[in-house]
Design a binder for this molecule. Structure first.
Ligand code: ADP
Ligand code: MG
Length: 177
């Protein structure tokens, strides 16, 4: 059963030097329980593919062609590129998540780790505050962070690079996407 189906996807960026194609006719699908690795040299379009699926492309990007379908946890098939942004936001974080590459730009510097970890749970109203806190702590332990109490109360700047990256993994997993 497919979870994600990307078909004939082309994406371009427009700038001062004109329009340039970043993705050209990308097609693949990911089945339930399957792990798919996309491998390619720097600049080949791995990040743009993922960001397009998440609906997080920069404003200068345009989807030239293709479709992306996603099956949510309730078995509904969504046409991601023709969905209302509000509906898409419902899926993001809860049903689909992305572990970003740059923790320093992706983590919010003025929010404590604990608050960032529980944010998606609160946004999607998936559980009460005490359960969210418990879940965040569990995930930090799962990504092998030893001093969970300190990290929950810390700002990203006071963590090491590796710890920040693990916080981002925990954040992506918190809603069990
Ligand atoms: N915000 C952007 N504006 C303009 N071009 C971009 C932007 N993001 C990515 N690109 C271009 O899209 C192509 C694919 O980039 P990317 O997906 O980041 O590659 P990868 O993740 O495989 O290293 C590259 O040519 C890159 O320069
Ligand atoms: Mg990349």
């Amino acid at each position: 059963m497919p979870v994600l189906e990307i078909d004939d996807l082309s994406v371009s960026f427009s700038g001062r030097s004109g329009k340039h194609i970043a993705l050209k006719s990308v097609s693949f699908s990911v089945n339930k329980g399957e792990i798919v690795a996309i491998v390619g040299e720097s600049g080949s379009g791995k990040s743009v593919t993922s960001l397009t699926a998440m609906g997080l492309l920069a404003n200068s990007a345009a989807i030239e062609r293709g479709s992306i379908h996603f099956h949510s946890r309730h078995g509904q098939r969504h046409d991601l590129l023709n969905m209302k942004e509000d509906d898409r936001r419902q899926l993001r974080g809860r049903d689909m998540a992305m572990i970003f590459q740059e923790p320093m730009t992706s983590l919010n510097p003025v929010l404590k780790v604990g608050d960032q970890l529980t944010e998606a749970l609160r946004d999607h109203q998936l559980c009460d505050a005490a359960t969210a806190d418990k879940k965040a702590r569990e995930l930090l332990r799962k990504v092998r962070i030893a001093d969970v109490d300190r990290v929950m109360k810390s700002y990203p700047a006071s963590l090491s690079g590796g710890m920040r990256q693990r916080v981002m993994i925990a954040q992506a997993l918190v809603c069990e996407p």
